[in-house]
Design a binder for this molecule. Sequence first.
Ligand SMILES: [Zn+2]
Length: 230
Amino acid sequence: MKASLPFIEESFDKFNRTIFEDKLPKIPVALSNASSYVGLCTFKTRRRAFRAPEHYDFKLRISTRFDLPESELEDTVIHEMIHYYIRLHGIKDTSAHGNVFRQMMDEINTRHGRHITISHRTTKEQREALIDKRPKWHVVAVVTFKDGKQGLKLLPRITQRITAYHRALMRSGKIAGIEYYFESDPWFNRFPTSSAFNVFFPPMDEVRAHISGANPISVTSRGIEYGNKE
Ligand SMILES: [Zn+2]
């Protein structure tokens, strides 16, 4: 399921009662479209001389981008509620997920059968699920350096840009060769397309697995030729 305002608010009330002894005041909830996190607890800090820092203006931010099991969304809400509890009560911890946080988390996991973790980051699988799955045609360049290292580059489908990239890289003196393919595997959608003179280094066996090799392009400093097969 994807997070919704009623679901978050109901979860907050439920766990405030069952886990936090109703010690947490209602918190504004903001939904976001973030891909880097599922949940965050944000707040401001006021620092004054001779006083402990004071935290206020708490907000619970939840991304609606991910389709997650209900229990995982609940664990996310509880994770943020632990942050809220610690900051609200001015409890000192060794870091954001320090000793106090971990102790509370472990206790809740044991006593309430939860599976809360200290990670805010979304998992690789969750981020993969967001990548556009529609096939799109890309000009894929596999760059081989003279030291044997290989990299990947996605180029715009504009002849002058492709030949300019080819010329600049070959002129650098570091390149042994560049293979070009016209490829529609949606796996490549995760890489940006540009004519900047850079190269990415994803695992090459993975790259090769997604190049069908059916449409090689031959590029020279003068122009390009698309291979055809009938
Ligand atoms: Zn956290």
